[in-house]
Write a protein that binds this ligand. Structure first.
Ligand SMILES: [Fe+2]
Length: 296
């Protein structure tokens, strides 16, 4: 497996002020953008983990995947080209903007925009949360996880991530939402070459923003609880109440962020030694909680 982690996410936004407020005052990240034309949210030693650029829509622009090295980077590029995927090499200025040596872009079979990079420069500035978050759980496990639509052909999208990109299966969730005639939902959870239970999930759900949710992990339940307080104080809508997931044991809540993009804020996420791991199948998402507050 050659993909180390989910390194960053880039969004376009119709309201950068809302991202600044949400990023700094609710999540507790540092906005380290050079000017007012973007928002760059720093949560650890990396230059940023979330970059927001102005745009006509609130949408994901790129999920940035970190490759183990230059060789793996080049090998993946060749593999994708050979399989007929359209590749665009990032320009020098774009790479500089991301603090990476090089990157290229493509789309997965469901149309989700991807970037693959190597050689990210670490920031020498210490992370200091403007609202006192102790730390985010990142390091070689990357920024957290993201859940995206699997598209019409869930199997094909799943095969892309496993057979071509080399992500591993963590869990296969098949569930029915509460209520008669409610739809069945399938979510495939996938891990990269790090201990985080999943860095990506693909779901049989649409998403207007392209991201069903993104997850950021905090050090402990007190930081999560204080963030929950800030969500309520800022009168941000909750998407789901506090709860604990079965498959990754995450204790978390979901808040609707800028542009309607949901964020899961959690702690205590499972870390796995993949050596003898058998992928699981599940039918229940939660041990308790996570009651949906808004329609999904
Ligand atoms: Fe999640």
């Amino acid at each position: 497996m050659t993909i180390s982690c989910l390194g960053y996410i880039i969004f376009s936004s119709t309201n950068l002020d809302d991202w600044r407020q949400f990023g700094e005052q609710v999540v507790g990240a540092m906005n380290v953008a050079q000017d007012d034309n973007s928002v760059a949210l720093k949560i650890d030693e990396q230059p940023f983990r979330i970059l927001v650029e102005p745009g006509d829509a609130d949408h994901v622009i790129a999920l940035g995947w970190e490759m183990a090295g230059k060789e793996e980077f080049s090998a993946l590029q060749e593999t994708l080209k050979a399989q007929g995927f359209a590749i665009r090499n990032g320009s020098d200025s774009e790479a500089e903007n991301r603090a990476v040596t090089a990157f290229f872009t493509t789309f997965d079979p469901a149309g989700n925009p991807l970037e693959f990079y190597h050689g990210r420069t670490l920031d020498q500035t210490a992370f200091l949360s403007p609202v006192g978050v102790k730390s985010f759980v990142t390091g070689d496990m990357g920024l957290g996880h993201v859940v995206v639509p699997g598209g019409e052909d869930m199997e094909g999208t799943h095969a892309f991530y496993t057979a071509i990109l080399g992500l591993g299966d963590s869990d296969d969730l098949n569930m029915q939402l509460p209520g008669e005639n409610s739809p069945k939902i399938r979510v495939r959870f996938l891990h990269a070459a790090n201990a985080r239970h999943h860095s990506l999930a693909i779901a049989s759900l649409p998403s207007p923003s392209g991201v069903i949710h993104a997850m950021l992990e905090m050090e402990d339940v007190d930081d999560v609880g204080r963030c929950h307080d800030r969500v309520l104080a800022a009168e941000r809508p909750l998407m789901a109440s506090l709860g604990r997931h079965c498959n990754d044991n995450m204790l978390s809540f979901y808040v609707v962020g800028p542009g309607g993009i949901p964020f899961e804020i959690g702690c205590e996420g499972l870390q796995v030694d993949w050596t003898d791991f058998e992928p699981t199948k599940s039918s229940v998402p939660d041990h308790w909680g996570h009651a949906y507050q808004v329609p999904v």
